[in-house]
Structures are given as C-alpha cells and as structure tokens.
Design a protein around this ligand. Structure first.
Ligand SMILES: [Zn+2]
Length: 496
C-alpha cells in the first residue's frame, strides 16, 4: 500500500506495524498488509477504503491459482494420485478409504448429514446479507454487497444489534467461582465425581494445582493438573493433554492436565475471566474427563484416543453446560455481593454468540464439502480444472453464494492438501452435531441430573475407542444423531 491515507480505519499501532513490515520486506516508506491463512482477512473488518479491501480480498482468494506460487496443478494432481492409491487399497475413492475408521464411515453419510442443514444455513446467511446490504445503504453506500464488504459492514451491524459491554459482565465471572461452582459443580451433579486439592503432589510451576478425582463411592479415579494461567515462555492457547493414560492391562490410572492462558490478577486481587474463557474451561474439562473417566483394557483405545470426528464431542457437550440455567445460577455471581447475573445482561451475552452464524457455518461447510468432493473423485477421473471443480462442488451442495466463499479455497487449503486432514475437515462439525444432539436429548431427560449424566458417562466417556462410535452413540441416545440440535445451538433453527 503506497499511502497512509488508504489505511483509514486501522489503529495507529496497526499502521506502524504495516510500515515496519514493509521496511523489513525492502519497501521502506510503504505499508505491507500480510495475508492470513483463511479466505476471510481480519483487516477487512476495519479498512474503510473499498478499493483496498477488494485488492486484499482478491489477493487472498486467488492465492495459488497462477504465478510463481501456483498450487492449483498440485491440488489437481494430488487428488488424482490419492484416488489411485485408494483404488490400490481396495476403496472406491480416497474419501472412502479415509472415512472407513471414522464414525461417519462414508462420504455419503457426511453429504447427507451436512445436506440436511443447508436450507437453514442458507436462509440465515441470506438474512445476514440483507441486514448488511441495509447497513451499506444506510451509511451512504451505493453498491451491492461483495465478499470484501462482508466483515466491514457486519461489524457495524454487530455493534448496532449485539453490542455488549465486556466490563459489565466481568464481575460475574471470577475464576475460582467458575472453576469450583461451575466446572466442578457440573461434574458432581452429572457424573457424581468430586475433585479435591492435593497440595502434597509435585507440580512443575507454582501456578499449577494438583487435584485428585473421586467417584461417588469414594474410590480414587485420577489425578488432574490445573494449569490455567499465562506466564512467560508458555505456549499460547488452550488444550488438554495426558501424562498417564488409563489402562486395565497396564494397571494405570489417568493423570491429565488442562492448560489455558488466563491473565492472572496480582496477588490478593480476584482474577476474572471472559465468557469465552468460561466456555473454554468447560470445554477442556470435557476432554479432561474423557481421559479421566476412561475404563478400558488397552491403552491405545483409552480416553481421547477416538476417531477425529468424535474427539470434540465430549468437550463441546461439556461446553454447553456453562450456559445451563442451573449451572449459571450456581457460579455466575457478583464477586463482591454474590448477586446473580441480571437476566437482561445474560440474555444479551448469550444472544451475542449467534451473531454471523449463518456466514460462519456456511463458509465452513463450503470448505468441508469441497474437501470431500475432491477426495470423492474416482481413480479414472480426468485431471480437473481447480476453479471449475470448486465452483461445481459448491453449486452441487447449494452453497454457491458469491458473498460467502469457502473458508479455504483448494489452492490454500492446508488441511485438505499438504496437511493430514484430507477428507477430514468435516470432522469438527460432525463432533459438534453429536454434542448438540446429545445435549438437547439430555434436556428432555431432566437436564442436569445424575441418572442421565451417568448414562452418558458410561456409554460415551468411559468406552474410549473400544466400541464403534456410532454404536456407543446409539447405546446412549437410542438413535442416530440429527442436525436439529446443532442448528439450535448456532441460532439457525429460525431466521432471526
Ligand atoms: Zn477441543
């Protein structure tokens, strides 16, 4: 970018970074905007200059199609070679080979599950597009919504419709309350387990806390390490990991850790967490208990060693308890007065999560189905033209909406091509479908109670990969999952 005036809308520090990046790249006096890995570019939410937005979006979306970093020919050839390899292994296509050990089992199962969501997702996306078009017109724009306008105007819609002052909710989410009266409380109510501090056990940093988990009958089940706070040199993000896996064969009990990067308050002051962090604490404990509840013989089948379209099911299921009225009432209390979070504020907070969900869901599904279509090619299919193939795949599934391109296009789709996620990008949402279906089912069985909680714990969390995942699911649920729960979870069941 040649001049600073084109960067209106960015903060001073973003502009300074762009100037420094340009200098480092040998273009002193100019500004460099780096493209991130998704089609969508974060900078598009704030850049006011429409021509520059278009340039950036096109640079992103056309990556790899031509020029010195062209990848399109590799994509087409890879798809062909994978189909050939699948044939050698006795499968119809690469996707069938890849899905055989997964819960979904066949690409057809994924097409059918995702296909059932398309009408609701498209309807919501169209409504969002209409809101954005109205915002364009309202703010004086005389043009039709293009992909490079979406985030810029969606941000204005969000501020108008879903604005939430983060500082107003903060006092209701004090870290210890969330952990003990939220996360641990849910474990006790649903699964009968309790966690007791074990200050005598060694830890690898003073911020880390060790707990022992006990079953309802008092028997010891596992050791849980809580490593929630950010510190220098610690990897960012949040995850669960296992120090010792469960196995009857080896006689081992699980030792697991949940890691997050919450900013710790100075000594003597309460630490607060955002609502996003609250749900992440529940999420990681879902993985944690998947490890700690394990009751299998072989270590290779224990805990979270399940198929990748199943592994995020327990964690996403656990996440949804954070917003359950009974659970919320137990932990979301003002840190000084103990007063419950005001209903109006709570509703605003929960509603803000449904913003832009049509777009988010559609761009994800588009990428997942393009991935699956590439890998459903038969071994004798001719070499494909990438742009044409992608356009046809989107059209076939009714997801060809110009303003909402796939999250990744084939030429820069690392999951599907160089990475290990070929024919597997669908797995994230498959897990979410299970979680939402299971959570909705549990609500019809009395919600937060031990009886249904134990049925779920036994059939889903204890069995690891020792039972075929669909069998395990049906043992718990009495039927195969449907997508209605997911549409509800994302606020897509009706057009709002
Ligand atoms: Zn997870």
């Amino acid at each position: 970018v040649d001049s600073k005036s084109e960067l209106a809308g960015l903060t001073e520090s973003e502009i300074t970074s762009a100037a420094n990046d340009a200098k480092a790249a040998g273009h002193e006096g100019k500004y460099l905007i780096n493209i991130t890995n998704t089609t969508r570019q974060p900078v598009l939410a704030s850049l006011e200059n429409r021509e520059l937005r278009q340039r950036i979006w096109e640079a992103s979306a056309n990556r790899g199609l031509t020029g010195e970093n062209e990848t399109a020919s590799l994509v087409a050839r890879l798809a062909q070679l994978r189909a050939e390899r699948a044939a050698l292994l006795g499968y119809d296509n690469w996707a069938s080979y890849r899905l055989a050990p997964q819960m979904a089992k066949t690409p057809e199962a994924v097409y059918s599950m995702f296909g059932s969501m398309v009408p609701a997702v498209v309807a919501n996306t169209e409504k969002e597009a209409a809101d954005i078009q109205a915002m364009i017109t309202k703010t004086g724009g005389k043009f039709e919504l293009a992909p490079w306008d979406w985030e810029f105007y969606a941000e204005k819609v969000r501020k108008e419709k879903f604005a939430l002052d983060a500082s107003s909710v903060r006092p209701y989410f004090e870290f210890n309350r969330v952990l003990e009266d939220g996360v641990f409380y849910t474990l006790k109510e649903l699964y009968g387990v309790t966690l007791k501090p074990r200050p005598d056990l060694p830890v690898y940093h003073p911020d880390v806390k060790a707990y022992e988990m006990f079953d309802a009958d008092g028997s010891s089940m596992a050791i849980f390490y809580a490593d929630y706070f950010a510190r220098e040199g610690k990897r960012g993000g949040a995850w669960m990991s296992s120090f010792v896996g469960q196995s009857f064969l080896e006689g081992t009990k699980p030792v697991v850790v949940n890691v997050m990067n919450i900013k710790k308050a100075p000594e003597g002051e309460p630490t607060f967490v955002s609502y996003d962090q609250v749900t992440t604490m529940f999420h990681e404990m879902g993985h944690g208990t998947h490890g700690m509840f394990s009751k299998v013989t072989y270590p290779s089948l224990a805990g979270t060693a399940v198929s990748r379209d199943f592994v995020e099911f327990p964690s996403t299921f656990e996440e949804d308890w954070a917003a359950h009225p009974k659970v919320l009432a137990n932990y979301a209390k003002h840190y000084e007065t103990g007063a419950p979070i005001p209903e109006e504020l709570l509703q605003k907070l929960l509603k803000s999560g449904s913003f832009n969900q049509g777009y988010d869901t559609l761009e994800y599904m588009a990428a997942a189905l393009v991935d699956m279509e590439w890998h459903s090619l038969s071994p004798d299919a001719p070499l494909q033209d990438v742009a044409t193939f992608e356009a046809n795949a989107l059209k076939k599934h009714g997801l060809n909406i110009t303003a909402v391109p796939p999250r990744y296009k084939s030429t820069y789709f690392a999951h599907a091509f160089p990475g290990g996620y070929s024919a597997s990008y669908y797995a994230y949402m498959w897990s979410e479908i299970l979680a939402a279906d299971a959570f909705a089912y549990v609500q019809t069985q009395g919600g937060l109670n031990r009886e249904i909680g134990m049925k779920y714990r036994k059939n889903i969390r204890e069995v690891g990969n020792s039972i075929a995942p669909m069998e395990a699911y049906k043992n718990f649920r009495g039927q195969e999952p449907t997508t209605e729960g997911l549409l509800n979870r994302r606020g897509l069941n009706t057009v709002n």
